[in-house]
Design a protein around this ligand. Sequence first.
Ligand SMILES: [Zn+2]
Length: 168
Amino acid sequence: MLNKPKKLDIVLYPDKRLRQPSVKINNPLDESIQQLIADMKLTMQNANGIGLAAPQVGKNINLILVDDGSGPKVFINPVIIYSSRSQNIFEEGCLSIPEVFGQVMRPEKVWLFYRDENNKFHFKISSGLEARILQHEVDHLRGVLFIDKTLKITQGTEKLELYESNAK
Ligand SMILES: [Zn+2]
């Protein structure tokens, strides 16, 4: 039996846990994983987020949530196997780097394999906002943040400098 979902603390930049690579989930049906999914859904919705990766709640495992407006979707052990040559530029933010936004260029379309929360295996071709969020969240699993890739910070440069100075 799962517990009632609870809101988790979001790990904030420049916490080192955001830089650690995540590991594969062996059993998505494990109760601790199912509980984490429920807690992450609540946490993401509470923060008005459109994506959340497990490292952002302190768990370095291959689990992300994506909500492009059609409700939260769970991606376990996602692997992007193809990225389109065509790219576009979009403004991104991150729940772990509050009030900072920047333009990031990414492929428009990705093909990926993943498992859902019922451990069902899927192949998906994703485009639009979903592809954008997916790539941002999959980056989290490798310890990569949008500020590493940004062409230009459009909002919150001072905030970003403040976060970085706090780390020293
Ligand atoms: Zn993020």
